[in-house]
Every structure is written in structure tokens, then in C-alpha cells.
Design a protein around this ligand. Structure first.
Ligand SMILES: Cc1cc2nc3c(=O)[nH]c(=O)nc-3n(C[C@H](O)[C@H](O)[C@H](O)COP(=O)(O)OP(=O)(O)OC[C@H]3O[C@@H](n4cnc5c(N)ncnc54)[C@H](O)[C@@H]3O)c2cc1C
Length: 455
């Protein structure tokens, strides 16, 4: 179907490496460009974090087939790795001990992509022009040509700022020394920085919850440590998740543990706190929420901003992307993961068709494909790249096939109305009840809308 196509893959994270394994398996040539000095560069930044998905969901099947002949011991499927273990036991062996080794170019940051001889406006014959990928590798600018491109560069390195309006809060850039983004390692590498301090954590997702739990433990070990939870919404319970109804037990437990700590008063809560200004007085941070001059204010020594991530689209400006204007995910995928509509985390399986753009041969995959939506799971990415690579190879039947059933979160909002664990939502016991999320999802889909992807 193909005559040894070259497929450029941007990013050697779990999804980029899986894509490369699928490309090899189909007899095509992958070239993986990775900005960091090693594969798994983004995962390395959060290596202290315990994953909430067990090994059985974290290993791509084509990658496992590449690893098998190297004497690789596949980890116990039901156990949960940390980010560091994901690197040591899976990503590192995959990148260094299999045939992928020759395909990965590290310290190679992609800076721009276009098509040879075609600017964005020129149409006729466009689909036949190879891609031209520019990257920097410390030796100077390099150019690579490829028949297809899979951008799996993630979004870890473009975190959302603190400002409630999506812009950096006024004064945020100037206070960078007192701010960490994503998931700070407060008990490990960052212990000296956070121990005995008042630490504000902004956000209500898994990263904020995990950091706050770690800070409570740090407070038990080092008196004087004070966690403050700043959340933009008014209802703290929304961060507690689906508890026992979550099909990923560790993800459910994270929420339940957090709910118990909040109930026990271990965490000071400031709800409805949309950060607008950051200033400094006497060496401490003044975090303010209010249109002017700080209508409400919290004083802390450190701020951890865990408000999610956004895709870096800067190097894709010469390509014809079709992205949802709000979620910044491919238009067919966005309604399935839009956090305004539902919070299942259980997107319907999707692949090449949903991820296509008006630029034949170009795909976004992995964490980046979710744009600003927070619910991405690695296994979703593995299914994406299986389908995308089949599509590139011309195997339309395999590209259209669905080979994934995702675990459900136990929490679901449909049209903004929450149906919680108690009503048997998303994998709870009462799926047959008409009020249950899965039933509502089916009804919505029969009526032609996207539904929430629960079933
Ligand atoms: C703290 C945390 C915990 C998570 N826990 C789980 C979990 O338990 N289970 C689960 O399924 N998912 C989890 N996820 C979500 C997701 O599965 C992971 O983020 C996963 O690493 C995404 O894989 P990826 O390959 O899409 O992107 P990444 O792992 O982010 O990899 C992208 C790679 O691209 C490189 N890159 C970036 N820009 C460029 C460029 N311009 N040129 C070249 N290379 C570039 C980066 O250096 C990086 O190595 C978690 C995410 C976070 C942040």
C-alpha cells in the first residue's frame, strides 16, 4: 500500500514512541525528533508522581512487541508505577534497547513545519508535496523531509498561567521565582523550598489535588507547613472525583483521600478565587482575586499553579489545522472531551478520522491532541496512533476499526448537570437506570448529539 514512507514524529514521550513502534511494524520509516536530551523528557519532570492508571493501561501493544525479544520483563499489569518507574521500566528500554534507538534524534527541537514548495495558501497538488520540518539541535538549523507528520509533542511545557482569564496575572512574570507550574515535587526534590512554608496551590484537577495531599503529608513531617487551596470554582466537591465508582481505582482513591483531608480541615480553602494580581511584600507573595487592587488577598511564600496545559501551536502556523476555537483540539474530537459539557474522562474511542485536518498526512496525537481538555489517558493516545499509522500506511479498514474500551471515571456531567457516583453514573452499579449517565449518553447520541462518551 505504501512505498517505504518516512513518518516524522515530534516528541519521544509515551505516545510518540508508540507511534514510532507502529510505523516500524508497518514497514515504514519513523524519525522521532525530541527536544529534550533523552526520551520521556516531559515524564521526567513529573517522575515523583504516582500514576493512577496501572501498567496494563500504560504499555502500548506494538511497543511491547518490540521490547519482547530484548528480554524485557513486562511489569505486573495491576500495579501502579510512578513517572520514574514508567521511565525506567518502559520508556527508557523502549527508546534505547529496541530498533527505535536508531530512529530517535534527541536534543532536536522542532521549530516550524510546512510543505516543500507550498505555503499555507497554495492548494493545487498540495497533498503530494512532502512535509518540510525545521528543527534545532545545537549544531544549527536542520531540515527534515517526510511523507507524514505525527505531532505528539505533548503540552507539559506550555502550562496555563495563574490568571483566571487565561492571561498571566498582572505581576505573574515578575514573581516567577516564587511560582512553580504543573506538579511540584514538594516532598522530594523541592522539599527544602516548601517545608515549613505557606504554600498556595491553584487549580482543581489531579495535579492540584496530588500536590495538596503531598503538602498535608509534608505538614505532618515539618510543622509550620501550611497548604492553601485556591480554586476558581465555588464547589470544592467537584474536585473529589468519582471515588469508588471510578474504574481506575487509584484515580478514585486520590479524590477520596483528598475529600477526607478537606473534611478534616487540614487544608485552608479559598473557593471562587480567580487570581488577577500577584505582588510581593516583605519577601512574601500577595495573591489577589479582584478587578482592582485585590478585592480578596492571600499571603503565601510559594505558589504552585496547577491550572492545566495548553498546546503549543506556534510551530504549526503554516499548516492547515482544523481546531475547535475553544478547546484547541481537532474539531471532531473537541465535542467528545469539552469540559464545559461533560467530565467523563471517558471519551469514545477515536482515531485517524477524528484527528484529521485539512492537511493530508498531518496529525496531532497524544496529550497535545486534547488541546486544553484535561482528561487525556495514555491508552487513548496508543489507540490514536495505531489508527493514524494504519491510515498513513493506506490500511483504511484498520484505521477505522475501534480497538479500545476506556475505563470510566464515575463522575459525569452532561450539559453542565452533574450526575454523581450515587446515581450510578459512568460505570456505577446503576447503569440500567434511566437517570444514569450511560443511559443519558445513549439517549443523547441517538438524538444526534455527541453524548459524553460514557458507554
Ligand atoms: C502529572 C501527570 C500525571 C499523569 N498521570 C497519568 C496516568 O496516571 N495515566 C495516564 O494514562 N495518563 C496520565 N497523564 C497524562 C498523559 O498520559 C501523560 O502526560 C503522557 O506523558 C502524555 O504522553 P505524550 O507522549 O502525549 O506527551 P509527553 O509525555 O508530554 O511527551 C511529549 C514529548 O515531546 C517533546 N517535545 C515538546 N515540544 C517539542 C518540540 N517542539 N520538538 C521536539 N520535541 C518536543 C517533549 O520534550 C516530550 O518528551 C499524566 C500527566 C501528568 C502531567
Amino acid at each position: 500500500m505504501h512505498d517505504n514512507k518516512t513518518v516524522a514524529i515530534i516528541g519521544a514521550g509515551p505516545v510518540g514512541l508508540a507511534a514510532a513502534a507502529h510505523v516500524l511494524e508497518r514497514g515504514m520509516s519513523p524519525i522521532v525528533l525530541e527536544a529534550g536530551p533523552e526520551a520521556g523528557h516531559a515524564v521526567r519532570q513529573w517522575q515523583h508522581v504516582q500514576l493512577f492508571s496501572p501498567w496494563e493501561y500504560n504499555v502500548d501493544k506494538a511497543a511491547a512487541r518490540l521490547l519482547a525479544p530484548t528480554g524485557w520483563n513486562s511489569p505486573e499489569p495491576q500495579s501502579y508505577p510512578t513517572g520514574g518507574e514508567l521511565l525506567d521500566r518502559y520508556l527508557n528500554p523502549l527508546a534505547t534497547r529496541t530498533r527505535l534507538r536508531e530512529t530517535i534524534r534527541t536534543s532536536s527541537r522542532v521549530t516550524a513545519i510546512s510543505r516543500v514548495g507550498f505555503d499555507k495558501a497554495k492548494t493545487k497538488g498540495r497533498e503530494h508535496a512532502p512535509f518540510e520540518i525545521r528543527y534545532q539541535n545545537g549544531k544549527g538549523p536542520e531540515v527534515l523531509r517526510a511523507d507524514a507528520v505525527i505531532d505528539a509533542s505533548g503540552s507539559w511545557f506550555s502550562p496555563n498561567p495563574a490568571g483566571g482569564n487565561g492571561l498571566p496575572a498582572i505581576g505573574e512574570r515578575e514573581r516567577a521565582h516564587g511560582i512553580a507550574y504543573g506538579m511540584a515535587d514538594v516532598r522530594g526534590a523541592g522539599r527544602a523550598r516548601y517545608a515549613g512554608k505557606t504554600v498556595a496551590v491553584l487549580g482543581a484537577g489531579h495535579s492540584a489535588v496530588g500536590t495538596l495531599i503531598d503538602l498535608v503529608q509534608l505538614a505532618d513531617e515539618v510543622p509550620g507547613t501550611q497548604p492553601i487551596w485556591l480554586l476558581r470554582g465555588l464547589d470544592p466537591a467537584k474536585a473529589f472525583g468519582g471515588g469508588a465508582n471510578d474504574k481506575l481505582a487509584a484515580r478514585g482513591e486520590l479524590g477520596s483521600t483528598f475529600a477526607a483531608l478537606v473534611a478534616a480541615g487540614k487544608i485552608r480553602i479559598e473557593a471562587g478565587f480567580g487570581v488577577t494580581h500577584l505582588s510581593e511584600s516583605e519577601g512574601r507573595l500577595n495573591i489577589s482575586a479582584g478587578a482592582c487592587c485585590g478585592a480578596r488577598s492571600v499571603v503565601a511564600d510559594e505558589l504552585v499553579v496547577s491550572t492545566g496545559f495548553r498546546p503549543d501551536l506556534s510551530f504549526l502556523s503554516e499548516l492547515r489545522l482544523r481546531l475547535d476555537p475553544a478547546i484547541e483540539a481537532p474539531v471532531a474530537l473537541a465535542p467528545l472531551i469539552d469540559p464545559n459539557e461533560h467530565s467523563c474522562g471517558t471519551v469514545r474511542p477515536h482515531g485517524a478520522r477524528e484527528l484529521a485536518h485539512d492537511e493530508p498526512g498531518f496529525y496531532l496525537a497524544g496529550m497535545k491532541s486534547y488541546g486544553r481538555a484535561p482528561t487525556f489517558l495514555m491508552m487513548t493516545g496508543y489507540e490514536q496512533v495505531r489508527s493514524i499509522v494504519a491510515d498513513i500506511a493506506g490500511d483504511k479498514e484498520a484505521a477505522a476499526r475501534v480497538e479500545l474500551v476506556l475505563p470510566e471515571t464515575g463522575v459525569c456531567t452532561l450539559g453542565g448537570v452533574e450526575s454523581g457516583a450515587a446515581s450510578g453514573c459512568c460505570g456505577g452499579p446503576a447503569t440500567e437506570e434511566p437517570s444514569a449517565c450511560c443511559a443519558a449518553d445513549q439517549t443523547a447520541r441517538k438524538a444526534g448529539s455527541a453524548g459524553c462518551g460514557c458507554s
